[in-house]
Design a protein around this ligand. Structure first.
Ligand SMILES: [Fe+2]
Length: 672
């Protein structure tokens, strides 16, 4: 988001709010958010980055990586500042930032206090040309002299250019599948010597709530080597929609992206970053907000879409947004409002304008349709809406075919690419689909002249789907009364789901495994506030996890008197967090038998196997055998976690007093 006219920061340079302590930093440590590219056009591009504290930075660029002979000076860079995200932050930096002279700077919505975002428009560029760039403080080059700090401007609209872009959805979990999906793409494009021209993200890039810190760890940190040299064109997902609003363009999502509102990248001005268009050579793209705006044909978004498509003169038309019009993955487009409305209100507009490809996510699966048109009924059926029921694979049934140019109702391919990292799911088989794959992965689209090819590879790099669409001459579509369809889906016996997840790919241990805990066994706490930070655990003992008896194993703390005497054990552990605003996830690793309730700073945050109530009133304990560490994220940490001292409290319950075993073996981690 670029919120205001250019702001002059020269008057602010006397104030230094960065951390001066510690030794010299490596150049890249200077950035709180490493430089990334946005809003490319044939003649301009935006470079965005963040630092901790305001610095007099400029960007230099040029055609030679060693000679960056043009620059955008500091005073032409839009600068925005954060005053913090919550009431727990009250540090020196914040006090400095509250000085009146900062009042004129536009704000970031909710980044950690003291972070400054720089948005630099590099303009006057030649089309389809590679430029190298660097961020400088005086003559100090803060980004390495490396060819990956570069961008290629867009070709002129109408100019033929082979095009490659990456499609990812529902990725922002910070877990292993996300890193593998990314690495696979990087390895492949490197091996082929054919890098991406750009990146399309179809939403849910920062789970679970699209908070600023979740964007940092689960989008920007994850994709940094790609983002420094590739523009990501995003669509907002429902998870970003928890903290960002399409209606007013405010929130961490709108802080993260600089998007066209005035038609500067092609198409009709939308007047909002929530939906927009851009051109890449002979391809016209439209991005919509399916989450929190009016989806009806009379709404502003649909009216803009119609106006934009009426003027489109490209060879190809590609649309993307978050909620799929056709899916039976982890969501069902026959039942959910946003999905139904995108199908019944928006698809007719796109199809009558000749759309070729629709990219969505939300449903955590890969689904790819046959060549289809006019499927507006609910429930969706395949009869009379399929124009080619083959697999579209040139090596199989042959490529799909359409007439050259944009022609109404000649069919499109629908791709649901919600398999970028989040936990997968499938409910059934959508009749219009040709390929359904329940694996993590992503899609590469290549457009070469008259041929568009899509390839889906899983997170191990194995090709799992391929189709081509050829647009040439005049094709005559025929509606198939009885197209071939995939066999019905037989769901496997549902595995028990107790909410355990994969831990983050990168984490820091806050309470060590087998650490010393304060504990109370054989009696109950004197105060109901035993879970809170103010409680003094007088009379409690101190010993190492794990706590338990039985099960033919040795325990660090052997509760040899527990059997037949008591069923509940109380544990407390303090821990420190340097700055709560930087914590994107906190979670409990625990091996347990049978049940527990956990509290953070006096509030319940997690419960497993205890149906209701707590402590000695706890009701209906479900038996659970120890089976190694399970990981459970702790909810609402933005409300519960504090900068400085925190208290984690756990009450462990046994199913019966005469049970043969008991175990509480917890430790605590946070995402790094
Ligand atoms: Fe979603």
């Amino acid at each position: 988001m670029v919120k205001s006219s250019f702001l002059w920061i020269a008057c602010l340079l006397s104030v230094w709010v960065g951390s001066a302590q510690g030794g010299p930093k490596s150049p890249l440590q200077v950035f709180a958010r490493a430089p990334y590219l946005q809003l490319a056009t044939p003649h301009s591009i935006w470079v965005v980055w963040r630092t901790d504290g305001l610095k007099p930075l400029e960007i230099r660029y040029g055609l030679d990586v060693r000679r960056l002979d043009s620059k955008v000076p500091a005073q032409r860079i839009v600068v925005r500042v954060s005053l913090g995200t919550n009431a727990h932050t009250a540090n020196l930096k914040l006090q400095v930032l509250r000085q009146p002279r900062y009042a004129r700077l536009p704000r970031l919505h909710s980044a950690p206090a003291g972070l400054v975002q720089y948005e630099a428009m590099v303009s006057g560029l030649r089309p389809n040309t590679r430029y190298y760039y660097g961020i400088f403080e005086g003559d100090a080059r803060l980004t390495p002299e490396d060819r990956s700090y570069s961008f290629v401007t867009h070709p002129m609209p109408g100019q033929a250019k082979s095009t490659r872009f990456w499609v990812v959805g529902d990725s922002g979990v910070g877990r292993e599948p996300q890193t593998s999906v990314h690495r696979t793409m990087v390895d492949l494009t490197t091996r082929q010597g054919r890098p991406l021209d750009f990146f399309v993200h179809v939403g849910d890039m920062a789970y679970p709530k699209g908070r600023d810190v979740e964007f940092q760890t689960r989008f920007f940190d994850m994709y940094e080597p790609t983002l420094r040299q590739t523009v990501c064109w995003p669509a907002m997902g429902n998870h970003e929609g928890i903290t960002s609003r399409g209606t007013n363009g405010v929130g961490p999502y709108y802080d993260a992206y600089v998007l066209p509102t005035r038609g500067e990248a092609g198409g009709v001005p939308s007047g909002t970053e929530a939906y927009y268009a851009f051109d890449y050579g002979r391809i016209h793209f439209v991005c919509l907000d399916s989450h929190d705006l009016d989806r009806k044909p009379t709404g502003a978004m649909a009216r803009w879409l119609k106006a934009d498509l009426e003027r489109a003169r490209s060879d190809w038309l590609i649309a993307f947004w978050h909620h799929p019009p056709y899916t039976k993955g982890s969501h069902d487009s026959d039942k959910e409002k946003q999905l139904l409305e995108m199908r019944t209100h928006i698809m007719p507009i796109l199809e009558s304008a000749g759309v070729d490809l629709v990219l969505t996510g939300h449903s955590h699966i890969y689904e790819r349709s046959m060549l289809m048109d006019g499927a507006y009924a609910t429930p969706t059926v395949a009869e009379n809406v399929i124009l080619d029921d083959g697999d579209g694979d040139p090596r199989g049934d042959g490529a799909y075919r359409k007439s050259a140019g944009l022609n109404p109702n000649q069919g499109e391919i629908q791709i649901v690419a919600g398999h970028g990292g989040a936990r997968l799911g499938r409910k059934g088989t959508m009749p219009v689909m040709k390929r359904v794959v329940v694996e993590h992965g992503s899609v590469l689209i290549d457009v070469e002249g008259i041929t568009l090819t899509g390839i889906m590879r899983n997170k191990d790099g194995v090709e799992r789907d391929r189709f081509s669409l050829v647009k040439q001459g005049t094709a005559t579509p025929i509606r198939l009364a009885h197209p071939r369809q995939l066999p019905p889906y037989a769901p496997p016996a549902s595995p028990s789901d107790d909410g355990a997840e994969e831990p983050p790919a990168d984490f820091i241990v806050l309470i060590e495994q087998h650490d010393l805990w304060q504990y109370l066994a054989g009696t109950r706490p004197v105060s109901p506030n035993w879970t809170g930070p103010a409680f003094v655990p007088a009379g409690w003992r101190s010993s190492r996890a794990d706590f338990g008896y039985g099960d033919e194993r040795r325990h660090q703390t052997e509760l040899s008197d527990m059997k037949n005497r008591y069923t509940t054990v109380y544990l407390r552990h303090e821990f420190e967090v340097e700055n709560a605003d930087y914590v994107s996830e906190l979670g409990l690793m625990i091996d347990y038998d049978d049940a527990f309730v956990a509290y953070l700073n006096g509030r319940e945050v997690l419960r497993k196997g205890v149906r209701k109530e707590q402590g000695s009133n706890a009701l209906t304990i479900k038996a659970h055998e120890s089976n190694g560490y399970r990981y459970y994220p702790i909810k609402d940490i933005e409300k519960r976690l504090r900068t400085g001292r925190n208290v984690l409290a756990i009450e462990g319950h046994n199913v019966n007093a005469d049970s043969s075993d008991f175990l509480m073996d917890p430790y605590l981690i946070m995402e790094d």
